[in-house]
Design a protein around this ligand. Structure first.
Ligand SMILES: Cc1cc2nc3c(=O)[nH]c(=O)nc-3n(C[C@H](O)[C@H](O)[C@H](O)COP(=O)(O)OP(=O)(O)OC[C@H]3O[C@@H](n4cnc5c(N)ncnc54)[C@H](O)[C@@H]3O)c2cc1C
Length: 386
């Protein structure tokens, strides 16, 4: 028996393709604004990046690209950072809005440094973030010890970003989908869209369960975007790197912040359950059949870095490591807008930190589709910039 949900109706005002956080948030916003909307998802909802991420709510410029790509890149990324900051505002009331405990919390983010040169770089980064109103600041070793006594004494200080935190990725997209359904949205899983074309002024979507038609389509297919956009005449430079996240057994609550490290990749936080989540973008590897599988070297490195920053976790057991495909754009900014050669078709994709961005992305895409307006300046995110 097919456990997927199918749809009798075949014609809609709007069809959203891709049931991750972006697609579910968009469908929710379209439905509550009265659109006759369907969401088509190839697998089950929330099974790809949105259900496999580490649940960090990011609000500062990441150190690795800042260090490697430099000031020009960082300045060009400020609109993307501003987008995250505005989305973080929406996260504050999202549990109430979606009538679900999304486990939104945390007391900010700490990007810790163990060298004077990294601290100096953090100071520059903080100034840049302050320019767009993100109230991050540099803290010294003394304040770091007061805020996070479990951090290694070797760390000299940190960039503290008070708007950062965490949420539970396993419940977020499903909550958007549940409320979307209640508002009248049709949601079908196990439906893969193969090709999109225009026929008699409408979009025709060819799928494994037959054709669907819509006045407008929204592509929130993330890793599946390049293929779909190609059928509408657009090349999208989206990269995909499988990365790992590990979770530990549940331990007494002691980490209140989202922790990063400047020297090597790390995100580290404690979920409401008490489990520690250890990630930061360490790559998985591909096996001979092309499938992404565990990279033991990456796992060891990730745990070594976590121990360097937080030595007291040496006895905590890792119980599971999983892999998700992280999708990127060359400039780290999102891709949001109407396809130039296919009016009525829209793309929405936020790279690397798209879980954080999803509440705002859903609002912005629904405004674009229904009213051709956006409360955010979308020029920096135009599809034509590549
Ligand atoms: C391991 C990992 C850790 C991460 N950690 C964080 C973090 O801590 N914080 C953060 O903010 N971000 C994080 N990210 C990034 C974040 O998860 C993604 O940016 C975000 O989930 C993207 O959401 P999405 O809805 O666009 O994509 P997805 O969740 O990938 O959803 C796209 C959906 O489209 C479907 N689809 C694709 N093609 C088709 C088709 N042809 N027809 C029908 N359906 C289709 C897919 O099956 C999928 O369900 C992480 C990513 C990974 C991989």
């Amino acid at each position: 028996m097919n456990s997927h949900q199918s749809l009798e109706q075949r014609n809609f005002d709007v069809i959203v393709i891709g049931g991750g956080a972006a697609g579910c948030a968009t469908t929710y916003n379209l439905a509550i604004k009265g659109a006759n909307v369907a969401l088509l998802e190839k697998y089950d909802l929330n099974t790809q990046a949105s259900g496999r991420n580490a649940g960090s709510l990011h609000g500062q410029i990441q150190f690795e690209p800042f260090h490697e790509l430099g000031m020009k890149w960082a300045r060009d990324f400020l609109p993307g950072l501003s987008f995250l900051a505005s989305s973080l505002d929406l996260w504050k009331n999202l549990s109430a809005k979606l009538d679900t405990d999304l486990e939104v919390g945390g007391k900010g983010g700490l990007m810790v440094a163990q060298s004077a040169s990294d601290l100096a770089a953090l100071e520059v980064k903080v100034k840049l973030e302050n320019e767009i109103g993100v109230a991050s600041r540099l803290i010294d070793q003394k304040e770091l010890r007061e805020l996070a006594p479990y951090i290694s004494q070797k760390m000299l200080g940190a960039a503290f970003c008070p708007i950062e935190g965490k949420a539970n990725p396993l419940v977020t997209a499903p909550a958007f989908a549940a409320r979307a359904r209640e508002a009248g949205a049709s949601i079908a899983t196990g439906v893969e869209v193969f090709e999109i074309s225009k026929e008699n002024g409408k979009f025709k979507l060819q799928t494994n369960v037959g054709d669907f038609r819509a006045e407008k389509v929204v592509l929130t297919a993330n890793a599946g975007l390049p293929k779909l956009a190609k059928s509408l005449g657009l090349e999208l430079p989206i990269s995909d790197v499988p990365v790992q996240v590990s979770v530990t057994e549940q331990v007494e609550k002691f980490v209140n912040h989202l922790i990063y490290f400047t020297t090597e990749k790390l995100t580290f936080k404690q979920a409401n359950s008490g489990s520690l989540l250890i990630g930061g973008g360490w790559p998985a590897r591909y096996d001979n059949s092309g499938e992404a599988v565990l990279n033991l070297d990456s796992l060891q490195s990730n745990l070594r870095v976590a121990l360097t920053v937080c030595p007291s976790i040496s006895k905590v057991k890792v119980i599971r490591t999983w892999i998700g495909v992280g999708n990127g754009t060359p400039d780290h900014n999102p891709i949001i807008g109407e396809l130039p050669d296919a009016p009525g078709a829209y793309v929405g994709m936020y790279p690397y930190m798209g879980f954080t961005a999803s509440p705002l992305l859903g609002e912005v895409l629904s405004d674009l589709v229904l009213n051709s307006t956006s409360k955010i300046d979308l020029k920096p995110f135009a599809l034509t910039r590549f």
